[in-house]
Each structure stands twice: as C-alpha cells, then as structure tokens.
Write a protein that binds this ligand. Structure first.
Ligand code: BGC
Length: 738
C-alpha cells in the first residue's frame, strides 16, 4: 500500500472511530432490514406487528408495556440516554429495528423546549381552537404539533384532551374542546388526524370523566351508563371514529367505583369492544393501581414506569398464570400495530430546525378564527386607525399574552415575557409569551397616543382611561393542571379594575385571556367584550387584526358562560368544600376521597341551562361578527335525513357565519333539552346568500339503550332548529323518523 493510501486509511479509520465514539444518543443504528419480514410495507400493520411479536422474548415484551421512569419530569430521576427528553419513554427493540417511543406532552404545543434550547410554537388553547368550529383549523393545529415533533425527533404526541366541560372551573378546560360531545369529538378527532398526517403516534385523553382537578387522584365520578355514553364517552367515540388514534390515555380518577386505568367497563367493554379501538391504552402518569386487575381490564402500558405494576410484577403474574400470555401479546401487538400504522417505523422523524415562522403564521391563523366577539355596543368595534388616543390597561398587555400551565405548558421563547429568568417554565407559575398587544395595536394606529397602565393602581388606570378616547382593559385568568378555579370570578381584583375603567371611560372594551368561562358582573357597563382564550404566539397580531377590522371575527363559544356559580349543576367545585380552602399551585388538590355523582346526567352545559330554564350570560354557540346574517327557508328531507336552509349576509362587509342546527328528540326520549347535531362555517360577501345542506348524523340523534347495549334511533317527530347560537334559532322544522 502506498504511503498516501495508508495515510488515507488511517484518517478514515480515525474518522470512523470518532463517529462511533461521538455517536449521539439519538443516532440511528441500522440493523439489517432484509432479514426483517415485518419491514415489508405491503403487509398490514396487524400482520407486521404479529411478525415482530413472534421474535420477542417475554422480557422484551414486558419492557414495551411500561415506561423507562419519570425521567425529565422528576428532579434527580435517571433519563434514558436514548430518549428524546419527553414526558415518557418506551425503549425500543434495537435488534429488530423497532424504535423507542417518546411520549411528548403537546396539548397546545410541545412541552419542555427550554430543556434542550429548542423552539416550540405555542398554539391557541384547544378550547380556543374549538371556538372556530372549523375541523380544518383543528387539522392544521394537529399538523403543527406533528411537524414540530418530527423536527424534534420525537414520535408521539400525548395531547388530544377531549373531556367535555362539566366543570367550568376545571383547571384544564383550556386543554379540552368545550362542553358539547359532538363539537369536542369532531374538533379533537380532526386535531389528531393532523398529528397523524405527520407520521406521529397520536393519543386522546383523559379517559374518562376526568372533569376537574380538585381531588383528581381520589374522586369517584358516578354516572349511569346511558348518560355516560350520550355525553362524555360520545366525545371519545366521535374523536376515535375520525382519527383512529394510536393510543388512549386513561385518567387518574375512579369511574363508578373502579380506577379508570383498571376499569373493565371503560377499557374492555366500551373502548375496545364497542368502539373497536385497535390502538393501545396508556396510563396517565402514575394512574396505574394494580397489575393483574389493570392488565385484565384492558390497560396496555403503564407510564411513566417507575411504579412498575407492569414491570417485574407483570412478568411474575404471567409466569404464575394470573395474566394470560395472550394478554401481554395483545398489549404489545396493539403498540406495534399502531407504530406501523402511524408510520413511525417506515417514516421516522428527522431532526430539523423547527420553522418558527410557519408555526407563527399557523398559530395566528387559528387564533383569528378562535377569538369570539361577545359584545359590540354601538359598533364601537372595529376601531378606526384614526382613533386619537387609546389606553391599554392591565394583563401585561405591554409585553405579551398569557399561556396555560401544567403539562400543557409550552416554554416561551426568550423566557417569560414578564419575568425573564434563565431556564424553562416553572410548574405553578403563569408564563407570558412575547406577543405584545401594545406593539401590534400601536402598529394599527400609528398616529394615536397609545399608553399602557399596569392596572395595579385602580385610580391611575381610571385616570389614563379618562384621558383617552378608548380604553382597552386586558383581564387574565391563569389556569393550570393541578388546581381548579374556586369561582367563576376573575382573580386579583380585576372585576374592580374593569368597573373603575368603565366608570371613567364610556368607550371601554374588555379583552379576556382566560382558560374557560368567567363571570362578568360589569358586562352591562362596557361597550365591547372580546374573548381571546389563551391565543398563542400569534395572539396579539390576531387580536389587533380583529380590533381594527382587518379580520372579521367569526368564533363562537364552545361553552356556556354562566352568570354565577349558583346556576351551575355544582355551585361549589365538588371536593373544594371538603378541602376547606383552595390550595393553589398544589399539583393534585389533595382532599380526602369522595364520590362525585353527576346528577345532571347527560345535561352538560347548554343542555343543563335549557332543561333548567336558566338564562346564561352568553350562551353556547354565541359570537358576533362585524356584519349581520339572516336565516330563511328551513326544510328537512325525511328520507335522506338532511336539513336545508339559506344564510344571507345582510351587512356591509364580508364575514363568516357558523350556522348551527339543533334537534330535540321525540317525547319518548324523555329529554328536556336539545342537542347540537350539525353546523357549517359559511363565508359570505355583503348581500350574498348561500344554501346550506347538512346531513343529520344518526348517532347524534340516537339514544343509548343500556339493556341492548346499542344505540337506538327512536321513531317519532324530531324538532329541528337552525340559527346563529343555541339561544337564537329562528328556523323550525320537523324531522319524521318512522
Ligand atoms: C397529565 C397528563 C400528562 C402527563 C405527563 C399528567 O400529570 O395528567 O395529561 O400527559 O402528566 O406529563
């Protein structure tokens, strides 16, 4: 060998060695796939899973049905070097080419970005996105999450919250999609479809009836099967039908006496048998309470794994014959088939730099469809760019917008916009993102005198308001996993702030950044009310576009806003009365175990308000536009089971109306409320009319017959109504079912 050749060889050898010794934990290893028949893409996910299963030892199977521990979530806990620093990690089977699974929290964007100096787009809250009533927006939402997970190198999203809003004070409402099972299921299903479109494993949670944080680890929610199937479980059923997600996360609470993660009725009977769910059931973090009972009830994977009911104890239970080998095979089959189905094996994530610009654009677009205009007296909005002076008051509107907390917390770029500190978000503390309303409002009215006041000193705030042509008060309600709001009231004396500003300036507009519904004792004394939810990283831009009319608001409430707690099915948050006081920032609101009978049954949200004949502050489905719409000509086709009507834009500018259809069932159903059964977003130029034809989905009209364990469409007359909100339905017709 020539000297130069030898030299080259030495360099190459050194390079190879350097590569080997510097191989990062995530670098791919490439086993010989030609000897792996399960890599044949022509086979079905089930066939491929079975081929892998045949090769696995019991130990390998057991290693797949529990996580690798608390990892990054618990200080001092070991972090698996192969993991991608997500909430959970299931190690892969390298010799068979099966990658590990990084279960990444990503309810409203990816969590734990700061941990590795990464960027993640904060999307509007999912409750906000549900206000768009737009399945395409939900799909886009999920695709942003999927896209960014791919770029991070993670392969599973554990977002997808679809618990319907039974408790308006629930700390996690911002992670869910509202009070109606059809709307929530449709939006969450499409969101998960978006995640899947990026070849990322998807999940919906928290199954089931995990509707409040107070006592979430001890509460036993009680509801009869009929009501359960027609409300909470219906939302899951619809989302599952749409998305066919990879996993379902069972929740912390008990349901009718059994922990949700060892609940045979919920997991085996309903989810796997009736809903035909083919994916796997993953436990919420430390929500597994047993080995044999949980395994037999249908739990497939324990997370995070340290508590280890599904580690050595499960192996022993199999060896002792308490859990059949076939059950463990089924657990593993479900995980593997979902991996093949989602494409994480054929199309694994590729590490890339997240595109923050595209994320911002998508987040802003969703926010613009999510913001709900609740009041606009004398058409004060949209504001004119020639408005001489504007006071911006409160809510840290000079620097940013609020985000929701807990495991849905996204790390803010540059740190908390209000309180810059190194490191990631801290559990239990509000985080503001640098989308500054002051900046984007100023850009809309460059000649206006725009001043900001923090709102801490009511007199100073009122003084500024008095000296301005328009006053915009920003009020915030920070919510998080781990605790509920004790009341519907805005915290920190903000009601008094609004009153003081409104008394000083007749042109007061309130902008809400809230996790869910709040009471507004001042509603009559302000001219404008705009609900932005948690509007995400493009929130201030979206808000400014709406306030100045560059975007015509189209969002409608996916939840009822009650006037007071007294009007709710549970005037006091159940369990809080027992706790005696609110232990804010406490992860679990520990109180003694208690039963929570859902005496309201399937009457959640507007159904309760209708049945009890109560007047809400703002009804479900409500939201204003800068234009107006007229409805006419409702007809029903009994044979095709469709409804037909016309919507016309009667105002002076283009706008989008969310036209809604409700149905009240025949008297035999014994329901004293109506159900949302269809809707459509209709975009109309001024003066334009459009005919809308919508199918009436049989499921949404049916009742659940517990004796037959089946849905039943009752014969009789269905009162069909259509209009602009659940309380403004000018059109009436009758659907006859033989
Ligand atoms: C939450 C889940 C979350 C998990 C992992 C739990 O406390 O309830 O929604 O996915 O933690 O962070």
């Amino acid at each position: 060998m020539s000297r130069s050749k030898h030299h080259l060889k030495t360099i190459l050898a050194a390079l190879v060695l350097a590569c080997i010794t510097h191989t990062p934990a995530h670098a791919e290893t490439h086993p010989d796939t030609s000897k792996m028949p399960w890599m044949n893409k022509a086979l079905s996910p089930d066939e491929r899973a079975d081929l892998v299963l045949k090769e696995l030892t019991l130990d390998e199977k057991i290693s797949m049905v529990h996580g690798a521990g608390w990892g990054v979530l618990r200080k001092g806990a070991p972090v698996d070097p192969h993991s991608n620093f997500a909430a959970g990690y299931m190690p892969g089977i390298e010799r068979l080419g099966i990658p590990g699974i990084d279960l990444a929290d990503s309810a409203v964007g990816l969590r734990m970005a700061a941990y590795q100096s990464r960027y993640a787009t904060l999307l509007p809250s999912t409750l906000g996105a549900a206000s768009s009533w737009n399945p395409d927006a939900a799909f886009l939402y999920g695709s942003v999450i999927g896209r960014e997970l791919r770029a991070w190198g993670s392969n599973m999203s554990i977002g997808g919250g679809v618990d319907i809003m039974r408790e308006p004070r629930n700390g996690r409402n911002f992670e869910y999609a509202g009070e109606d099972p059809v709307l929530a299921g449709t939006m969450t299903g499409n969101l998960m479809k978006g995640v899947k479109s990026e070849h990322i494993l998807s999940d919906i949670k928290h199954y089931a009836m995990n509707d409040q944080e107070t006592g979430r680890n001890v509460v036993n929610t009680q509801l009869d099967k009929k009501a359960m199937r027609e409300s909470d479980l219906l939302a899951f059923q619809i989302a599952l039908d749409i998305a066919d997600p990879s996993a379902v996360m069972c929740s912390y609470n008990l349901v009718n006496g059994d922990w949700a993660c060892e609940n045979d009725y919920l997991l085996n009977q309903v989810l796997k048998k009736d809903f035909k769910f083919k994916g796997w059931v993953v436990s919420d973090w430390a929500a597994t309470h047993s080995t044999v009972k949980a395994a037999l009830a249908g739990l497939d994977q324990e997370m995070p794994g340290d508590d280890n009911h599904f580690g050595a104890p499960l192996k022993k239970a199999v060896e002792d014959g308490q859990v059949p080998q076939a059950r463990v095979d089924d657990m593993v089959h479900r995980i593997l088939r979902s991996m093949f189905d989602a494409g994480v094996i054929d199309n694994p994530p590729v590490r890339t730099v997240v595109d923050p610009f595209r994320g911002l654009e998508d987040a802003q677009h969703i926010a613009e469809e999510s913001i709900v205009l609740l009041k606009n007296q004398n058409n004060l909005l949209p504001l004119k760019s020639s408005t001489p002076s504007i006071a911006l008051i409160g809510g840290h509107a000079d620097v940013g917008i609020l985000s929701g907390g807990g495991s849905a917390q996204v790390d803010s770029p540059g740190g908390d916009a209000v309180d810059h500190k190194p490191g990631g978000a801290v559990w239990g503390k509000p985080v503001y993102f640098p989308s500054s309303p002051l900046k984007y409002i100023s850009a809309k009215a460059p000649k206006a005198n725009i001043q900001f006041n923090s709102g801490e000193d009511l007199a100073a705030a009122a003084q500024l308001a008095k000296n301005s042509s328009v006053a915009i008060v920003f009020v915030t309600q920070w919510m998080s996993e781990g605790h509920d709001s004790p009341t519907l009231s805005l915290p920190h004396n903000q009601d008094a702030l609004v009153e003081a500003v409104a008394a000083a300036n007749p042109n007061t507009i309130v902008v809400l950044e809230t996790g869910g519904p709040v009471s507004m004792p001042w509603a009559d004394r302000v001219k404008g009310i705009v609900e932005t939810w948690y509007p995400g990283i493009g929130g201030a831009q979206a808000l400014a576009n709406i306030l100045f009319g560059d975007v015509n608001p189209s969002g409608k409430l996916p939840v009822t806003f009650a006037k007071t707690e007294a009007d709710l099915p549970h005037p006091i948050v159940p369990g809080l009365d027992r706790a005696g006081k609110v232990v804010s920032d406490d992860r679990h609101q520990e109180v003694g175990a208690f039963d929570l009978p859902y005496s309201e049954g399937a009457k959640v949200g507007y159904k309760w308000f209708d049945a009890m004949n109560k007047q809400p502050l703002f009804p479900f489905g409500y939201g204003l536009s800068y234009t107006t719409f007229a409805y006419s000509g409702l007809t029903v086709d009994n044979a095709k089971r469709t409804v037909h009507f016309t919507v016309r834009n009667t105002g002076k500018q283009e706008g989008t109306e969310i036209a809604q259809v409700y149905a009240a069932l025949p008297t035999a159903a014994n329901e004293n409320f109506k159900r949302l059964v269809a809707w459509q977003r209709v975009k109309l130029a001024p003066g334009e009319s459009k005919d809308v034809t919508l199918p009436l989905n049989q499921l949404y009209l049916s009742v659940f017959d517990t004796d037959k364990n089946a849905w039943q469409l009752l014969p009789g007359d269905y009162k069909v109504t259509a209009g602009t909100s659940s309380r403004d339905l000018p059109l009436h017709a009758t659907l006859q079912v033989q």
